[in-house]
Ligand binder design. Structure first.
Ligand SMILES: *Cc1c(COP(=O)(O)O)cnc(C)c1O
Length: 356
């Protein structure tokens, strides 16, 4: 058990209120969790403080060599007033896998979960209740040694900040247009593609800007070596329904292992669908589209849960999926996962963890 010192704010902010659209990632709650690390001392000084700027040396290693990791999960308030987390142990396990990959000291799993629960409980009044809304939880760790030189840092800061977020698609599920990237790559096997770290996002920015300029909201990455096998989308994993089967790229070392991805696979198997995790050649998608067997395409991730894909563009080829509309399974998976998250459907998989 962590001994968490709590310093409450003396100047609570005004709550955003039910009419606020809660644009993703723009509003932060009254408090944050902080814990420090020092070689020899381990993780120590766990505390909850008022949300505020942090002070770092300009030479802090995170600014120069990018030793940073993050996670993302959500807390939901049920109609009967309980607070639920969705599979937090999966995020915590992944966080420590990321830590190992980029030489950040691991955080004991039970301490990590306790920290999330405590700070969420303290800022409980910030969990929005309108349909589709939730409290986004962003744990992250930064390297803080004041040192210019490449090596793992000896000191770190672990923080958890909280942000009330609105429905990703306020008018219901909304199909997105996706640009299949043929110039830049995101990650390669042996690299850091399966770690949740800011460095992967910096590698993706140029391509995202290009896609936006062309009128596409997200980028679909192909593998970095042969540039023909499908990997994932921006901050989502990708699924295809082809000839009645659900197909998704296998976790090969360069793809982020999404918690939503794992949940979609489990659900589809439970429903008796064939789910294939394997290499998917972009030409296979093109052929399926041309012969009419590409039935659905959707992305999966914590922020939107399910994002139906209405259009894919690869080089000069524009593929209009489902006439740009929402697939049957995209909707059914979305309704089931969000139903479980909100405590409206029976949690037969034991996915939710009650905070209160
Ligand atoms: C976080 C993330 C995902 C989605 O993971 P979830 O656990 O489902 O939210 C997919 N791809 C990338 C690159 C990510 O960072």
């Amino acid at each position: 058990m962590l001994n968490i010192r709590i310093e409450k704010t003396t100047t609570p902010k005004e709550l955003p209120g039910n009419d606020n659209p809660l644009k993703f990632g723009t509003i932060f709650t009254d408090h944050m969790f902080v814990m420090d690390y020092e070689t020899g001392k381990g993780w120590h000084d766990a505390r909850i403080e008022p949300y505020q700027p942090i002070s770092l040396e300009p030479s802090a290693m995170v600014f120069h060599y990018g030793q940073e990791m993050f996670e993302g999960l959500k807390a939901y308030k049920t109609e009967d007033g309980r607070i639920l987390l969705f599979r937090p142990e999966k995020n915590i396990e992944r966080a420590n896998n990321t830590n190992v990959r980029i030489c950040i000291p691991e955080i004991p799993e039970e301490d990590f979960l306790q920290a999330i629960k405590e700070v969420v409980k303290l800022d409980e009044s910030w969990i929005p209740t309108k349909p589709g809304t939730s409290l986004y939880i962003r744990p992250f760790i930064i390297a803080t040694d004041p040192f210019l030189g490449v090596r793992p840092s000896d000191t770190y800061k672990f923080l958890i900040i909280l942000s009330p977020v609105g429905a990703y698609y306020p008018e219901g599920l909304n199909p997105v247009k996706i640009w299949i990237e043929d110039e830049y790559v995101r990650a390669v096997k042996g690299g850091i593609g399966e770690a949740k770290t800011g460095a992967n996002y910096v590698a993706s920015l140029r391509s995202q800007v290009k896609a936006h300029e062309e009128g596409y909201s997200q980028v679909l990455w192909l593998d970095g070596v042969e540039r023909k096998y499908i990997e994932e989308v921006g901050a989502m994993n990708i699924f295809f329904k082809i000839g009645g089967k659900i197909v998704t790229p296998a976790l090969n070392g360069s793809i982020l292992p999404g918690v939503t991805r794992a949940s979609v696979i489990q659900l589809c198997k439970e429903w008796g669908l064939t789910v294939e995790e394997r290499k998917i050649d972009i030409n296979e998608i093109k052929e399926a589209y041309d012969n009419g067997t590409l039935e659905e395409v959707f992305g999966s991730g914590t922020a939107a849960v399910i994002s139906p894909v209405g259009q894919l563009r690869w080089e000069d080829k524009i593929m209009q999926v489902k006439d740009g509309g929402i697939g049957e399974y995209s909707q059914k998976i979305y309704d089931t996962i969000t139903g479980i998250q909100l405590g409206k459907l029976e949690d037969t998989f034991n996915w939710t963890v009650q905070v209160k």
